[in-house]
Design a protein. Sequence first.
Length: 662
Amino acid sequence: MRVDGRRRAVVESVRPSAGCGRVPVKRVIGDRFEVTADVFADGHDRVAAGLRVKHEGWGRWREVPMEPLGNDRWTAAVELDALGRWRYAVRGWVDRFATWRDELERRVAGGQDVKVELLVGAQLVDEAASDAPQAVAQRLRVRAERLLSAGRSTDPADIGGALDDELAAAMAIHGVRRHPCESPELELWVEPVLARFSSWYELFPRSLGTPGEHGTLRDVEAELPRIAEMGFDVLYLPPVHPIGRTARKGRNNTESAEPGDVGSPWAIGAEEGGHDAVLPELGTVDDVARLAAACRDHGLELALDLAFQCSPDHPWVTEHPTWFRHRPDGSIRYAENPPKRYQDIYPLDFESEDWDELWAALLGVVRFWIERGVTVFRVDNPHTKPFAFWEWLIGEIKRERPDVLFLSEAFTRPRVMERLAKVGFTQSYTYFAWRTGKWELTQYMTELTRTEVAEYMRPNFWPNTPDILTEQLQSGNRATFAARLVLAATMTASYGIYGPAFELMERRPLRPGSEEYLDSEKYQMRAWAPGPEGTLAPLITAVNRARRDHPALQRNDTLRFHTVDNDMLIAYSKSDPTAGDTVLAVVNLDPNYTQSGWIELDTEALGIDPSSPMQLVDLLGGETYIWSGPRNYVELRPGDCPAHLFHLRRYLRTEHDFEYFA
């Protein structure tokens, strides 16, 4: 099939774009969404371009004129003022009026007779008037008559206002666009600010009771003021559902439970109910709704664990046996990740003949908890379920509730993690826990923030989880935990901690070479209390306060690394141009020894004058420093605080010769 050869404009390289245009890019409400594209045509005719946008709730597309950046590159931006799905595309066309005006200007400058050209211009303006709104059409017809009159005039100096800026502006909007070319439509997901910037705190409610007593959801409410005071905005709870009794795990993951052992919350389902029920020892479904409301009263969102798996006692095992994969002897195979075995968990069979009924039931689980006020979900092991399932489920939920967020807990291969982000997960756990060296951190953050991955995958850094006690933390000290906190909370806009264990610097492994905690809360209740090293709560509070006070720390796209002549020191900055805010972090990666070195600041990235001094206020310690020029000395003692978190204030001079910083 032949193309329409009259379409001479070309639209290429539309950015942002992900997955060759097949993957939605992600932004948050209030963002300024900037789009660029290459728009050009053959010959010397002028072209014009427009950015077309449409929210799913609008009846019509809207268009924003694009401005030239030079070398055939164009740009435009729109303010994202609605949650949900948007579509956008770039349209380009040969601008007949702009071409005519450009040629006319050169002819006039060359002293040529332009009377016939004025008649051509009158025709172009009159054509535009025929399609313009009535009020505009009337003004355009007046201008067309004026050009027509000038074209018939004997006065060579009369060009009828052909080169007026007012006429050019009107024609840029209302000029007839013949044979425009449009890029393929691209998709954009707009989510709440919490999708980009969030601080997560995880705890096990059952450990909050008095010694020997099972904690409840009401006990969690009592913790909210303390968690909010530390500056967190998401409280995440492991599964709150009834726990199976068959093959229940004992303390420290032993295969035989003793009387009184509480089992793993991820072994979901018992005679009391399944994924839409609450463990009676914790409370009721109404208590979850009450807790979600109480969280909001404290500036927090409640996140629940979404673990699509069942204990052998789950009602679905008998009610829907086809949802599970049976072996030849009729038994159901339990979950395994050799050498790990999970005898207390049955995986769901997503290839079941009744897969559509299974999918509908799982969607119903999410809707059930949303109706109780939960809008954030941490999804357990999503990489063990089909991508198509998540794309469908998240898509259905987002159509109904674009404010709902999903965090992907998938510690697996990079392409799999990226695919989960592409199909709709809001945020993603990452490899941060195992990235410890300067080179590793630099390379990893460059990948996450400076490549196409940044358009659809939002990293959430966790230095520890109930499943992950890294070798670095096991062999570390207070400075190790402090450094990992600062790195997690300032390198990315979203981070989280497995709360009590991190606050109190718990680092006892189950056995050498294992990342499991000794006396893990996954299998028993713990009574947490500060040890000889005290608590990291004051530092956590200071870091979270800096994150809230400084917009620079609430984004990832402006992260830049700065050269330090010591591999045990890492330096990086973030900035927010709109707020005029810049923060510089310097972290000692050695928890045992004082490290010092010279930092070479990238003054261009920081947007500062290398010849002017700067004032640096340490947001963690409160000290103030004056630096001059790009090269400056830093020394960090791990026994104090292993990091500086500097707010940069630039030197200014007023007309009255008064020096100050701002």
